[in-house]
Design a protein around this ligand. Sequence first.
Ligand code: ZN
Length: 208
Amino acid sequence: MNVMQGDFRSEAQAAHHDRTVDVPFEVQEAIRTLLRWSGEDPEREGLVDTPSRVGRAWREYCSGYHEDPAAHLKRTFEEVGGYDEIVVLRNIPFQSHCEHHLAPITGTASIAYLPTDRVVGISKLARVLHAFARRLQVQERLTAQIAQCIWDNLEPMGVAVVIKGSHGCLSARGVRTHGIDMVTSKMLGCFRDDASSRREVLALMDGS
Ligand code: ZN
């Protein structure tokens, strides 16, 4: 079936309360196909609105594709009162999805940088994290992208990113093992090149 843009609203969706995001008919059809293939009846009452809900949920999970992470780092402050030490944002919760299974990755990220002459508002590092996390990811790339974005835009002396992630594709399928955290880190600048700076930043990120 060929459905043109602008002609995407299905009956199921028209009946739904939340119409803030239009879920194209093909997308809903794809989800119905998956439900049928899984052994379900997509027409039964409990599942009638599921395709449009899933479509909207996926738009949210993947909202990072419609966002420029670097935009969050454009507004900086140079008035830092002589502060020239490491800034750390620790244990920021995030959710992402693995590109191999579309399974959730939940975890926390700790992000640190050593400013040269400018800093950003406290929430901005978390916004950079979410802009990359709300895409299909592998944890290694997520870690590297956040570090590189801060490095390129704030031009600090050093950047450190440490991510602990729990992968749905490990806990809910395959080896079905719970309680495994995957830890990835990316160090740039002084945190990569200087062992004592790295020790200091890792202690700050780890400390409780
Ligand atoms: Zn996976």
